[in-house]
Design a protein around this ligand. Structure first.
Ligand SMILES: Cc1ncc(COP(=O)(O)O)c(C=O)c1O
Length: 404
């Protein structure tokens, strides 16, 4: 298996770091860092408005990323791609717009939007709906840490406008059967928003094959810069949705009485965006393509199997997630009875092993399903090697000796 560590300057700088927190944010390859710094050093100017070469070139490069994202997720048109600051902004944008007007409904509806979530949603896929007065229902997971499809069918039959669900859980690592979820939702007259924040770094995503109406993700978990992200939506939806943030660069005409927006996707992108960051996101897509998703998945399954085997041998460790790599990514959340997750993470940190401890922005999942307030999460990516897992396993044995 090829090693990718050397592409990531932070991991070359700190060779002794076992970075196991890629679910929070991935490390950045040199080519992405170069693309961002080269923009500021040689190409910096604003987009869409200058009539001089520097600005025109910046616009071409920025708009070129929209095209790359289109190919990355196999959207039908680059105009279905709204460039945002991340999954959080993307979901807020949809929640804000849909709660005012549901484009697929003919009724003059005054009632709240009925949104069906799973119990494993990230706060970014809960709070935006709450802030916009939506009525929320949830679908359960079963004891194998898989979405309970029978429960899903039953909730759908009660009347749902929109299903908003993760593609991959940031705690359990489970890959949800999105195509089946979408087909069932469409059969029941509901639309589907997929939170792909934890999927795009690991799996090839094809929005047309999945049938998703909306698909959102962040750039920084897939080797791109922070403050970059994507909202994909089917064109007929984007066309009929209203913007919820206003400002420059999104208008045809502005008057004090009334203004007119440009078309999608630009009407959802007011103000000066993170130009350098989006260009870095484009470079991250190139980087992942150069490796190839077959290779990314092959490496992940190999190291994931190794991690599952090692972790399962640790006496007293309880894993919250599927125990095979089938329909799963290498994100492992676990706990020990009587030892707080923060204490575990602190002791591991003393050994230069970086893991996450807490509720991972999934409080309802911890409260209502895992039944404890905090877990430790080790989340892996292409630059991790078996040695990182060995160090984690040894570190956890040490933790037990110290704290039990
Ligand atoms: C499943 C999931 N959804 C949404 C988000 C929010 O992403 P961001 O903070 O990049 O907007 C995260 C971040 O951890 C996530 O794991």
């Amino acid at each position: 298996m090829k090693m990718y560590k050397n592409d990531f300057p932070l991991l070359v700088f700190d060779t002794n770091l076992a970075y196991l927190d890629s679910g929070a944010t991935s490390q950045k390859p040199q080519c992405v860092i170069d693309a961002v710094s080269e923009f500021y050093a040689r190409k910096n100017s604003n987009i869409h408005r200058g009539i001089y070469k520097l600005s025109e070139n910046a616009t071409i490069e920025y708009e070129g990323v929209r095209e790359k994202v289109k190919r990355f997720i196999n959207a039908e048109s680059s105009e279905e791609i709204v460039l945002t600051s991340g999954a959080t902004e993307s979901i807020n944008l949809v929640a804000g717009s849909l709660s005012k007007y549901r484009p697929w409904s003919n009724e003059e509806e005054k009632r709240p939007l009925r949104v069906l979530l799973s119990v494993a949603e990230h706060h970014a896929n809960i709070i935006p709906w709450q802030l916009n007065g939506c009525e929320l229902k949830t679908v359960k997971y079963d004891s194998d840490f898989r979405l309970d499809i029978e429960n899903y069918k039953s909730e759908l039959s009660k009347g749902v406008d929109l299903v908003a669900i993760n593609h991959v859980s940031n705690v359990l690592g489970t890959v949800n059967p999105i195509k089946e979820i979408v087909d069932l939702a469409h059969g029941a007259g509901a639309r589907v928003l997929v939170d792909g924040a934890q999927a795009v770094p690991h799996l090839p995503v094809n929005v047309r094959e999945l049938g998703a109406d909306f698909y959102v993700f962040s750039g920084h978990k897939m080797c791109g810069p922070t403050g970059t992200g994507v909202l994909y939506a089917k064109m007929e939806l984007l066309d009929s949705m209203e913007p919820i943030i206003g400002g420059g660069d999104m208008v045809e005409r502005v008057g004090f009485d009334v203004s007119e927006w440009t078309g999608a996707p630009w009407k959802f992108e007011p103000g000066t965006p993170n130009i350098a960051g989006i260009i870095g996101l484009g470079r991250a897509i190139d980087y992942l393509y150069d490796i190839g998703f077959d290779e990314i998945r092959k490496k992940e399954v190999e190291i994931g199997k190794y991690a599952l085997e090692k972790i399962s041998r640790i006496d007293g460790l309880r894993l919250y997630g599927p125990d095979t790599m089938t329909d799963r990514v290498a994100v492992f959340s676990f706990a020990f009875d009587g030892i707080h997750a923060h204490d575990i993470a602190s002791i591991l940190d003393e050994r230069n092993i970086a893991v996450r401890a807490g509720h991972h922005c999934c409080m309802p999942l911890h409260d209502g399903f895992i039944n404890q307030p905090a877990t430790v999460r080790a989340s892996l990516y292409i630059y991790n090697e078996k040695n990182d897992i060995d160090r984690l396993a040894d570190g956890l044995e040490e933790v037990k000796k110290i704290l039990k």
